[in-house]
Design a protein around this ligand. Structure first.
Ligand SMILES: [Ca+2]
Ligand SMILES: [Ca+2]
Ligand SMILES: [Ca+2]
Length: 212
């Protein structure tokens, strides 16, 4: 799942360098278990907040919605929008996700993306910190997937890219993140013998990723 999302994102995201970074992840031996949050276990109107703290992530200003929940690529019935501003997810007040420990990649899909586009910013601290990766798209439509990659992501912020069209609304779904691998590579080497064997092993499945 993670590889598929990363590959799709590499093709859809506007911005040079993203494809090369994604390829690095695809061929990397450390492919930890990616967690996917589809928000469909919650009810429309619920604040997401700590609902997925067990997976190591808390949300700020995210409320469950059914906006675009049946659009192509969405997992039905739920998406998320801004808790205060609804579908007008302004870059000045984004939806925030904070990780309890660093993750190496985050992916999210935007729906009904219009003239204001969408953006996903990654930071290396739970509050403040430095911008370590960003992904944005101005492609109109549904299931526009953004992916950020960095070994030290502790927070991401997602919103429209601009506020030039105040009435342009978006929603988000299918929030995926990849924790730092719990299995150090050197410990795994004797098990598989060669680097090629390791790549084949890690490339062969989804590694029992978590779903919720
Ligand atoms: Ca969903
Ligand atoms: Ca806020
Ligand atoms: Ca829109």
């Amino acid at each position: 799942m993670w590889k598929r999302l990363a590959r799709a994102a590499a093709m859809s995201v506007v911005g040079c360098g993203v494809a090369l970074v994604a390829i690095g992840t695809l061929s990397g031996a450390q492919d930890a278990q990616a967690a996917t949050i589809n928000f469909d276990s919650l009810s429309s109107g619920d604040l997401v907040d700590n609902a997925f703290v067990g997976l190591g992530v808390t949300f700020e200003d995210a409320v469950v919605s059914n906006t675009s929940g049946t659009s192509p690529g969405a997992t039905s019935p739920n998406t998320i929008v801004h808790a205060v501003d609804g579908i007008v997810v302004s870059p000045s007040d984004p939806i925030i996700a904070i990780f309890s420990s660093a993750v190496t990649g985050v992916s999210v899909a935007g729906f009904d993306v219009g003239p204001d586009g969408i953006v996903l910013n990654a930071f290396d601290a739970q509050v403040g910190g430095s911008l370590v990766d960003t992904a944005q798209s101005s492609v109109f439509g549904d299931n526009i997937i953004l992916t950020v990659l960095n070994p030290n992501i502790l927070r991401v912020e997602l919103s429209k890219l601009s506020s030039d069209s105040p009435g342009d609304g978006v929603s988000f779904d299918n929030f995926v993140f990849e924790p730092v691998s719990a299995v150090p590579l050197p410990a795994a080497l004797p098990l598989f013998g060669t680097g090629l064997g390791i790549l084949g092993f890690w490339g062969g499945g989804d590694g029992g990723r978590l779903s919720s």
